[in-house]
Ligand binder design. Structure first.
Ligand SMILES: NC(=O)c1ccc[n+]([C@@H]2O[C@H](COP(=O)([O-])OP(=O)(O)OC[C@H]3O[C@@H](n4cnc5c(N)ncnc54)[C@H](O)[C@@H]3O)[C@@H](O)[C@H]2O)c1
Ligand SMILES: [Fe+2]
Length: 365
């Protein structure tokens, strides 16, 4: 019998090659006359060009860096206040979109970002509209109510309805320039979202469907996009995979691999997707059950072991770090302890003690 669920997905999604051209229509249809564009340095010139050709974009913040700091969100919120903006556009990978989301959430409030980040006050009741334009096929941030921001050394995933984008414009053409390694890292982030959304203790029948299709699209297209970044079909299919994966984990949330990714990113400086991938094949083996067997059969694999081996193959192909020795000197006790403290670990279907986590990492020696 289908179990009870609540599924909510309010984002208006525009998908397709060249869809960037509809951004102005989207702004118009939402009644937005003034908005601020947020992007990273790679897109600074494109951002400038967009602003010059669109009178609704009144200012540009083009300084987002990976592992975005709250200071950027404060600066963007200040620009929004200065121009009395009605919306923020996030053009870029997860770092730019999450900065845009945080700024939109706090712009109408009185406080600095840190106050809301640390939960000292609830987010203001009103926020600006959020238009997400992803340029990587990875985070799915364009359809999630999640913003991942950093405050100094602290990295936190905040899940709050204030971060749900108003619209997502997904144009795979913007992704043709993603370098091979970033393609692999972000593609494995999407795979991790799909698998973790699927095996999360909060999974739902509808999100299961998105997850299976997302895994299928990643397995059929990531290698192609990695080997030939100009392969439009593979880029388009990976953009779709990342979107599906975003829908797959948005409500169930992620589990073990994402929980472990935070200490791995903070202490060993692995980019987000690489940090998730580091333990993904381990969790495939740990979480293997009848449901996962069903998923692997649906995507044309023989067994859960074959899925784990395929993940390892993709990691090696991308030159990603796979073993403990790749991380340098590792404090295993601290790593296992820190991973066990992450809230997302509670979503893993198999409960992991500190000793279990230590044993899992030991196998990666
Ligand atoms: N909000 C969510 O739902 C969610 C989910 C997962 C991860 N995240 C967060 O998102 C962040 C990672 O985002 P990401 O993986 O997209 O990477 P990113 O935004 O940090 O970008 C990675 C690098 O790729 C470059 N880049 C991006 N698009 C490019 C393009 N089209 N061409 C050339 N270079 C390009 C950027 O300049 C940057 O150097 C992390 O902070 C992670 O924790 C958020
Ligand atoms: Fe992720």
């Amino acid at each position: 019998m289908v179990k009870d669920f609540l599924f909510y997905q309010p984002v208006k999604i525009f998908f397709g090659m060249g869809k960037m051209a509809v951004v102005n229509d989207v702004l118009e249809s939402l009644g937005i006359e003034r908005c601020v564009l947020v992007c990273d340095t790679f897109f600074a010139a494109k951002g400038q060009q967009l602003m010059e050709s669109n009178s609704r974009i009144v200012d540009l913040f083009a300084k987002v860096e990976p592992n975005p700091q709250l200071a950027g969100a404060n600066e963007v919120a200040e620009l929004c206040r200065k121009h009395n903006a009605q919306a923020v556009i996030g053009l870029g990978g997860g770092s730019s979109i999450d900065t845009a989301k945080f700024a939109a959430a706090i712009a109408l409030g009185e406080e600095e970002a840190e106050v809301y980040y640390h939960g000292r006050k609830p987010f203001p009741a009103d926020r600006l509209k959020i238009i997400a334009v992803p340029t990587t096929a990875g985070t799915g941030s364009e359809v999630t109510q999640v913003s991942v921001m950093n405050c100094g050394e602290e990295k936190m995933t905040i899940n709050n309805p204030v971060f749900m984008p108003t619209a997502a414009v997904i144009d795979p053409e913007l992704m043709l320039t993603v370098p091979p390694r970033v393609t692999m890292v972000t593609g494995l982030d999407a795979l991790s979202h799909a698998l973790e959304g699927y095996w999360s203790v909060n999974h739902q029948p509808l999100t299961d469907l998105y997850a299976i299709e997302a895994v299928r699209f990643v397995l059929n297209n990531l290698e192609k996009a990695f080997l030939d970044g100009s392969d439009k079909e593979a880029r388009c299919n990976m953009a779709y995979a990342a979107l599906l994966a975003g829908l797959a984990f948005g409500q169930p949330k992620t589990a073990g691999s994402h929980a472990c990714s935070y200490p791995l990113s903070m202490d060993y400086h692995l980019p987000h997707g690489e940090a998730c991938a580091f333990t993904m094949d381990s969790f495939v083996r740990i979480n293997a059950d009848e449901r996962l067997e069903y998923l692997v059969k649906q995507v044309g694999l023989e067994s859960t072991d074959a899925l784990a081996e395929e993940i390892i193959r993709l990691k090696k192909l991308g030159g990603l770090r796979c073993t403990l020795s790749d991380l340098g000197e590792v404090d295993l006790d601290k790593l296992a302890e820190d991973c066990s403290k992450q809230g997302l670990m509670n979503n893993n279907p198999v409960k992991m003690s500190v000793a279990d986590l230590r044993a899992m990492f030991e196998k990666l020696a």
